[in-house]
Design a protein around this ligand. Structure first.
Ligand code: ADP
Ligand code: ASP
Ligand code: MG
Length: 439
């Protein structure tokens, strides 16, 4: 069985929902994961923000506007009065529920519940539409099987067992519709897999049922060789290794949620990125095979902070790096890039929550310099060390750009640069021109 995930724009209007329905009704049994309609989760975040700020009037105003939009979608989506009424009843009761949070204390717990409503609405609407069309589809509630453990990591065994039980209860359904993004935590409370997390839902389901393939349907023809939001003339990459895709997703290629590759990779399930607007386009296939001697793509990760610790006494001293890393670990702050020299070490982080404590602690071991507003540019491809010439080809793209750090050799697939945020667009364009557009 395949798992197909459709993102926010793919279900962003009544007509898009109808297109999705056409796409998934091909006679094959499948699990379909849906995001909230595009814009909805952002609006729910805005509503929550007003509720945190104890401004229920502003929250109610936005809730009413959003509800009206859904009434219009319903009017357009269904043909029969019967299904219009069913959808209206379901959507009204969800909005009444959201409104109930304007009257009481609002905490992180209530926020998670509010954020979950977007996916609950979209899946209900699409499932009702399929039923109206005579399709044998059923809703399988993510809140009954998608769960994280005490560390906030997916509880893989729980997911597998509970999903299997739910699927076994309706073995003859043609299409199982479920919510992306939402889950319960170890205490049974409603939670989520972080923004953009519907991709993660799809790969966790894929891993749980050992799917034949996981398809991520979005608004572009697969992974492009550079970020199309910043660079002209990007083109789709047809094949990526799991590791290459993971690097690109982690380093900013928004088309994929960074966590989504691991479950697929561990179970060797191919992931295909496809375009809902152009369903026949080949997209990108992510699998276990590498294309030799090829630089594939470039991505950029924003809001990076670099920290340099310089110590005269570090020269040949053992234990220095351990002490430095322990400080980051004690503040649960992951490090992205590392470069070292005889006299110092530079690292990057993207979480500045404990920056001042970290810097205070590091000062015990050397002189500390912090640079904020940095960007990691990550170049991905077959960059095995004994392939000659690729590093210099990549470096040539930076000849006009100040580079703060370079990291190469940590994997066979990547070379990373740390530069100022102001130089990001220029660097991405220069890489495209040097690596892809002159061939
Ligand atoms: P969805 O709502 O379907 O999850 P997203 O907006 O999360 O879609 O991801 C798709 C978007 O990712 C594209 O519209 C594109 O602007 C952006 N994107 C960023 N980097 C890349 C890339 N390298 N290749 C393709 N798309 C990218
Ligand atoms: N709806 C959620 C978001 O906007 C999850 C997703 O779309 O993947 O972040
Ligand atoms: Mg997404």
């Amino acid at each position: 069985m395949k798992v197909l995930k459709f993102g926010g724009t793919s279900v962003g209007s009544a007509s898009r929902m109808k297109e999705v329905a056409k796409l998934i009704c091909d006679g094959e049994q499948k699990i379909v994961v849906l995001s909230a309609m595009s814009g909805t989760t952002n609006t729910l975040v805005e509503i929550s923000d007003y509720l945190y700020k104890k401004n229920p009037d502003a929250a109610n105003e936005i809730i009413n506007v959003l509800e009206q939009k859904y009434f219009l979608h319903i009017e357009e989506l269904y043909n029969t009065e019967e299904y219009k009424q069913k959808a209206l009843d379901a959507v009204r009761s969800i909005f009444d529920y959201i409104r109930s949070f304007t009257k009481d204390l609002f905490t992180l717990f209530e926020e998670k519940v509010v954020l979950a409503q977007g996916e609950l609405i979209s899946t209900t609407m699409v499932n009702l539409y399929l039923n109206e069309q005579g399709v044998n589809s059923i809703l399988i509630p993510a809140l009954e099987y998608m769960r994280t453990d005490k560390n906030g990591e997916p509880d893989v065994l729980y997911i597998k067992q509970h999903l299997k039980k739910i699927l076994d209860q309706a073995p003859n359904a043609d299409i199982y519709i479920t919510q992306g993004y939402i889950c319960r935590n170890a205490y049974g409370e409603i939670d989520n897999l972080q923004r953009g997390g519907s991709d993660y839902t799809a790969s966790l389901i894929g891993a749980a049922i050992l799917a034949d393939e996981i398809q991520i349907w979005t608004d572009i023809d697969g992974m492009h060789n550079n970020d199309p939001r910043y660079v002209d003339k990007t083109t789709p990459v047809r094949h990526l290794h799991f590791e290459e895709a993971a690097e690109l997703a982690y380093f900013g290629a928004k088309i994929l949620h960074p966590t989504c590759i691991l479950p697929a990779k561990l179970n060797n399930i191919p992931v295909r990125l496809l375009n809902t607007m152009e369903p026949d386009a080949p997209g990108t296939l992510i699998s276990n095979t590498t294309e030799k001697n090829k630089i594939k793509a470039v991505a950029a990760k924003d809001n990076i902070i670099s920290i340099k610790i310089k110590s005269g006494r570090m020269l040949l001293a053992h234990g220095f790096l351990r002490k430095v890393f322990e400080i980051f670990e004690s503040y649960q702050t992951p490090i992205d890039m590392i470069t070292t020299s005889e006299v110092g070490v530079s690292v990057t982080i993207d979480n500045k929550k404990h920056l001042s404590e970290i810097v205070d602690d590091l000062k015990k071991y050397g002189t500390v310099t912090v640079d904020e507003g940095m960007v990691i540019i990550c170049v991905v491809g077959d960059l095995t060390w004994n392939n000659i010439g690729y590093e210099s080809q990549v470096l040539a793209a930076f000849k006009e750009i100040p580079v703060r750090m370079i990291s190469y050799g940590g994997s066979n697939y990547n070379i990373s640069f740390l530069i100022k945020a102001d130089d990001k667009k220029r660097a991405l364009q220069s890489l495209s021109d040097n690596l892809f557009n002159n061939q």
